[in-house]
Design a protein around this ligand. Structure first.
Ligand SMILES: NC(=O)c1ccc[n+]([C@@H]2O[C@H](COP(=O)([O-])OP(=O)(O)OC[C@H]3O[C@@H](n4cnc5c(N)ncnc54)[C@H](OP(=O)(O)O)[C@@H]3O)[C@@H](O)[C@H]2O)c1
Length: 343
């Protein structure tokens, strides 16, 4: 995008500053949590520049079924494209059948579209029923769909919308699919979280008394909370899956040029478009970590970890990613919120 043509220089710089602040929420705080490669595991050999094609080079995924939510845009579309390229049968979900169908038609390989609107738990339940009716059981589930919010508090069935879409909808989806995957005795869950889970979440982690908009609303914290919920869901799921042959891990894809900032004020979106190519990953690079964690044979028994740049990381500093009691409490609260929609 030509910054000079579309917006003036001042807007561009102000937007750029806002973008950088959003991308690096730690600022100069030396105590802010930071990710470091977990060297208790062998390095994958991949870096932040590796693409989803790079991390799957030579892999044959024929016979595998991969479910990816939000397949029509950004990371979801690239993930679907590469998994299908390597031979997997992809179940691609979109908020409407039309969006899912168009995305599936746009790639080479086998992809079957399904409708999934995460703000509607009937839609979530129906989606899983439709998948099973087609005789498909996933070997890998990539909980990818998500929103960021830059506006005011919105509620879905009385629950803060970002939390509902990014976490609660996927909680119901996974719980419906789980029994059949456990019957199969193997499978992977990949939760697309974010660095915001440890940089932008509320200072207490999940603030259970503010999930229905009871307290103050901060859109950055709301996104951080929802992404922490993704990571804690993965942690508790991993604990519950011990001994089943199934695994669950969470990932941060990096700052990636996708449509995620679609609801941001215009000047931030324009700055994102302008600066993105210098500071952000391409979707091909951004999709690498989730594709790596979903498919790499070396990770067959790796569960309950957090990945960045296709490597497991540990986070130094104050954060809640490994807080098992918060993860258990979140599971309990989610069960109550989804009452009537779980089997
Ligand atoms: N891009 C980044 O820098 C970045 C950084 C960290 C984490 N992430 C995470 O990466 C994931 C993928 O995002 P992206 O960057 O690829 O963004 P994107 O291009 O905006 O794609 C988001 C996808 O989620 C779908 N979605 C949104 N609301 C939904 C709902 N209510 N029900 C079902 N699907 C819904 C969208 O469908 P529609 O197109 O129909 O709305 C779209 O397919 C998200 O979980 C995001 O939080 C992204």
């Amino acid at each position: 995008m030509d910054c000079k043509v579309k917006i003036n220089r001042r807007d561009c710089l102000t937007g750029a500053a806002a973008l950088i602040a959003a991308a690096s929420t730690s600022g100069c705080d030396k105590e802010a949590p930071e990710a470091m490669i977990d060297d208790s595991l062998p390095s994958s050999g991949f870096t932040k520049k590796s693409t989803a094609e790079d991390v799957t080079l030579g892999l044959d995924l024929s016979g595998q079924v991969a479910l990816i939510t939000g397949c029509n845009s950004g990371l979801g579309l690239e993930t679907m494209r590469v998994l299908a390229l390597r031979g997997a049968h992809v179940i691609g979900t979109g908020r409407t059948m039309n969006k899912a169908q168009k995305a599936c038609d746009s790639i080479t390989g086998t992809a079957t579209p399904f409708e999934l609107e995460l703000t509607n738990l009937d839609s979530v339940r129906n989606c899983v029923e439709n998948i099973f009716q087609r005789g498909l059981t996933p070997n890998m589930v990539i909980c990818n769909a998500g929103i960021n919010t830059f506006g005011d508090l919105e509620l879905v069935q009385g629950i803060e919308k970002t939390f509902f879409v990014n976490f609660l909808g996927h909680f119901v989806l996974v719980n419906h699919i789980l029994p059949k995957m456990i019957e199969n005795g193997s499978g992977r869950f990949v939760h697309v979280s974010s660095r915001s889970a440890y940089k932008q979440a509320p200072s207490v982690g999940i603030d259970f008394d503010n999930l229905r908009g009871e307290g103050k609303f901060d859109s950055g914290e709301a996104y951080g909370r929802s992404k922490l919920a993704n990571a804690l869901f993965s942690l508790e799921l991993s604990r519950r899956l011990q001994g089943t042959g199934l695994t669950s891990n969470a990932i941060h894809p990096g700052l990636v040029l996708t449509n995620i900032a679609r609801s941001a004020p215009t000047f931030i979106r324009k700055a994102f478009d302008f600066l993105g190519p210098y500071v952000a990953k391409t979707p091909a690079e951004g999709a690498a970590t989730q594709v790596y964690v979903a498919t790499n044979p070396a990770l067959d028994e790796i569960s309950g970890l957090f990945f960045e740049n296709s490597n497991a990381v540990i986070i130094k500093g104050k954060h809640f990613l490994n807080d098992q009691s918060m993860a258990e409490a979140l599971w309990g609260v989610a069960k109550e919120m989804a009452d009537g929609y779980l089997t």
